[in-house]
Write a protein that binds this ligand. Structure first.
Ligand code: WT7
Length: 701
């Protein structure tokens, strides 16, 4: 399946320097290791596991699984019998065993240039232990769920690892999601505690996070669910004084000087004086982060967890519209993200690594927190935007910290490309060695710009294909080993066995195109949908028994390279974020004016795809600009700003089959102004088509 020798034509080779020190220095070495990972996983992963701390060793084989629904329940178990703690592995082990206590774990770079702070591995461990003790004192126990709704600050990492230390399961909700979305996720995960912050700035815009969090907690209460505690970090407001009022007291929070905060290196990291949010305070549930941690102990024995204990839940869009709580477990995830991080970015101890994703997405979980920390890496943690205060910001940060490995999304590359090369070449970027992308297919033009302008043809580009569900990279080049083809995620990572199936579920050999599936598990694959194992089986394993179905289309070329062609289900990928059409549709029909809605994707030069919404109104309602604005607002409030519709079109009639099914294929053509509709013989009422073309809401094509 993987060629013995790398092709010589139509490919680009990594710079020679990288090969000298690389972990996997040639294609031959990649192939040799790949075969070992498949033929002898126990030995392959067993060697890797030796570098981690296990309280007790595993018994039996490395992976035990069933991937075939016709043979019973789907399950994956990795390293059964072993006990460990990820927090211990990524912090204590680095500080005490590897003597990395003084090494910088994160350079925090705020939204505003000049806002910055540094945290070492030792400091991170201290902060995590304190918060872990706080959580324990608030009654959080092993297995309990904790929701985290925070901006990109070091304390977000502290909060995650504090949960992990005590065996609690974190469920991070991206801080761009609405109160409604947060509420839905809190209810689904039945979490007992929420950790949030006062607010943050995105460019010039203040986000009142605590206000939104409170609204979510109210909604939960209205639905009969009480979140018992809410810990709020003061990120924007000054922290000289901390609230120490005990819970339940009706008086406004009393303040007392908090001595430890005077020495907090994080203190006053936000320099510019800007309006600070007035935070609503509910003394029945609200607690002040600083007030609690400053009196907590720095000693906290980790909770030893079984390999298959839950580690975290992360929600991802599902085709029914209801988000799925993707559940990852302890040992397999830890080994997989540590190994992919090390090999895909060819991590070296002198690296400064920067992943621009938000920790609220899987990329941030795996490749800001767990993967880099497991390797003792130094990373940049960036709060801001690529275009604020101007479009050189990314490259200025690269120069400021001498970033060597840089990981971003195609949408960011395409956005910056629009401004030409000068904002890039204005900065030196000589430190860069490897460039990565993730989130959606990267078009060859953007790939070339990234490779040529940003990396000056010195740096290999690793186009990493993976999903929230896969835990880590599954198709990816290795920077010194894999000859690159712009736009291709190239070959499988170790332990991963891809296949391409046709509609009848037959495996296709050689050059072919079809459904991308995986034939066996790798350590980092998700284990279940939280609280709904049946949905897990139906979504990923039912269509083609014996395979994990990604939902993506894929082409394999004559050299065996894999090319992701995009989603082939009811999912849209907007700026690297998956949205389900059903979720947006249900937000639209909740508006009283809307009778029916159908949402399709329309190609977008920066975002990859944009949302094009067709709405049929109830009788007697007229379509106008004000209604359109209300509908946009409705979707933002229901889901979040990432789901804001780009186009809304009044559609008095929708193209349906005689059995009443909306023909999305036809709507996609209309959104794109493509007249060649293909076979429309099953349409119940062909006359709606012309009207839809006339009513198109954009005239740009
Ligand atoms: C979907 C998963 C994995 C972290 C970010 C997104 C698309 C992701 C690539 C890539 C082509 C890609 C797929 C996938 N995707 N990376 N390198 N090339 N497509 O995580 O929200 O779970 O989305 O993103 O469609 O299924 P996610």
């Amino acid at each position: 399946m993987i060629p013995d020798k790398a092709p010589r034509e139509d490919v680009l080779y990594a710079a020679g320097d990288l090969k000298k020190e690389a972990h996997v220095p040639s294609f031959e070495k990649y192939k040799e290791l790949y075969i070992k990972s498949i033929d002898n996983p126990d030995e392959f992963w067993g060697d890797i596991a030796k570098d981690f701390y296990w309280k007790t060793k595993h018994t039996g084989q490395f992976l035990d699984y069933n991937f075939d629904v016709t043979k019973g329940e789907i399950f994956v178990k990795c390293m059964e019998g072993a006990t460990t703690n990820i927090c211990y592995n990524v912090l204590d082990r680095n500080v005490h065993e590897k003597k990395l206590g003084d090494k910088v774990a994160f350079y925090w770079e705020g939204n505003e240039p000049g806002d910055e702070s540094t945290v070492t591995y030792r400091e991170l461990l201290q902060q995590v232990c304190r918060l872990a003790n706080v959580l324990k004192s608030q009654g959080v126990k092993k297995g309990d769920r904790v929701s985290i709704y925070m901006p990109m600050v070091v304390e977000l990492v502290v909060a995650m690892l504090a949960c992990v230390r005590i065996g609690a399961v974190h469920s991070i909700v991206f801080a761009g999601f609405s109160a409604e979305s947060l509420c839905e996720r809190i209810l689904d995960s039945q979490c007992c505690l929420l950790i949030t912050a006062d607010g943050f700035y995105r460019g010039d815009k203040l986000i009142n996070l605590k206000v939104i969090a409170d609204e979510a907690l109210h909604k939960c209460r209205d639905k009969g669910y009480l979140v018992q505690r809410c810990i709020m970090l003061r990120h924007l407001s000054k922290v000289e004084e901390a609230e120490v009022t005990p819970l339940g007291s009706q008086s406004p929070p009393a303040k007392r000087p908090c001595p430890d905060l005077q020495q907090d290196p994080q203190r006053d990291r936000v320099k510019k004086t800007r309006p600070v949010p007035q935070v609503p305070w509910n003394p029945k549930v609200d607690l002040c982060w600083h007030g609690l941690v400053c009196v907590a102990s720095e000693e906290c024995e980790p909770e030893w967890c079984d390999s298959e204990d839950p580690l975290f839940i992360l929600y991802t869009s599902g085709s029914t519209g209801k988000p799925k709580g993707v559940l990852h477990t302890v040992s397999g995830y830890m080994l997989y993200v540590a190994t992919t991080f090390k090999l895909v970015f060819d991590y070296q101890p002198s690296d400064v690594y920067w992943c621009t994703a938000d920790i609220g997405w899987i990329t941030g979980h795996s490749y800001i927190t767990y993967g880099p920390l497991a390797n003792g890496a130094t990373s940049v943690l960036f709060e801001g935007l690529p275009t604020y205060p101007d479009v050189s910001r990314m490259w200025e940060i690269v120069d400021k910290y001498s970033v060597t490995k840089f990981y971003t999304a195609p949408t960011a590359i395409r956005l910056l490309m629009k401004y030409g090369s000068e904002p890039v070449t204005r900065c030196k970027r000589t430190s860069l060695k490897v460039l990565g992308t993730v989130g959606e297919p990267i078009n060859p033009e953007a790939w070339q710009w990234y490779y040529t302008v940003v990396g000056e043809k010195r740096c290999p580009v690793v186009d990493t294909f993976w999903q929230t569900e896969t835990g880590g990279h599954v198709l990816t080049p290795l920077p010194a080993a894999t000859p690159m083809k712009p736009g291709s995620a190239t070959f499988p990572f170790f332990g991963v066995v891809p296949a391409i199936l046709n509609e009848s579920g037959e495996e296709l050999e050689g050059p072919s195109e079809g459904y991308l599936v995986f034939k066996q598990p790798w350590p980092g694959v998700m284990r279940t949908v939280y609280g709904n194992h049946q949905r897990f089986e139906t979504t990923y394993f039912k269509k083609f028994p014996g395979y994990y179905v990604t939902g993506d289309g894929c082409r394999r070329d004559k050299d065996g390279y894999y090319w992701i062609t995009g989603r082939i289900d009811d999912m849209l990928n907007v700026s690297g974020h998956l949205l389900s059409t059903a979720e947006v549709e249900s937000a639209l029909v909740e508006h009283e004016a809307v009778a029916e809605a159908a949402v399709v994707g329309r190609p977008h030069p920066v975002k990859g795809e944009s949302l094009y919404c067709f709405v049929s109104l109830r009788d007697g309602v007229t379509y106008n600009r004000s209604l359109e604005a209300q509908l946009r607002k409705q979707v933002r409030e229901k889901i979040g700003a990432i789901a804001t519709p780009d186009y809304i079109q009044n559609a008095p009639g929708l193209p349906k089959t005689r059995s009443g099914k909306i023909m999305r294929r036809v709507l996609r053509k209309i959104a794109n102004n493509e007249r060649d509709l293909g076979d429309v013989s099953t349409l119940a009422d062909p006359s709606v088509i012309e009207q839809l073309f006339e009513n198109r809401s954009c005239s740009d094509v």
